[in-house]
Design a protein. Sequence first.
Length: 233
Amino acid sequence: MKIRDMNWMQVEEYLKKDDRAVLPIGSTEQHAQLSLCVDHILSERVALEAAEPLEVPVFPGVPYGITPYFMAYPGTISLTADTYARLIRDILDSLAAHGFRRIVLVNGHGGNAPVQALIDEWSGTHAGVTVKFHNWWKAPATWKKVMEIDPVASHASWMENFPFTRLDDVHYPETQKPMLDAAHIRELSPVEARRYLGDGNFGGRYQRSDQDMLAVWRTGVEETRRVIAEDWP
Ligand SMILES: [Zn+2]
């Protein structure tokens, strides 16, 4: 259920029978030839499809994340870790205030990893509320599926090239870009990182068949659904 399709009375009713909520978080950052909003589009969409049959509300995705290393690529928006922590904390506080007790953050962006530490800290002062942090694309089943299809996969490569993240009238190279060193990028300034990365793909082919992509997508949706549905205290 999309929160945008609900009013407050419906949320009040929902909270009488369930206390789960989903918050997608992503980023707006360079993804080579793909949309700048890949991580936002995918985290929100996987959350919505996963939550749909469970009838759990999905809040609007947070479209911005922490991505200082891509700031030499136009269109990238980076929040400082401090701003981001405050933002996520305020959203969690609001959800908890209304009575949501089981919250899943569906994350689509590797740079948002500090949120895990924030959740640990927040949970220490919010007994009775459980927050799960789910990195949907690298969760075990989804990552296994990606590796089965093509182990040379990374940021802005084929594994993020879905029918809903690729742009019309854009040329996707036929080559397989050699894998770059993702850890090395953290040691570079934004300008050096752009020089090192070129178009922004970290390594791998640029596009694969829709059949391959659908297989990854289905696995991601099902795995995210299990996280929303199962293993709560
Ligand atoms: Zn991405």
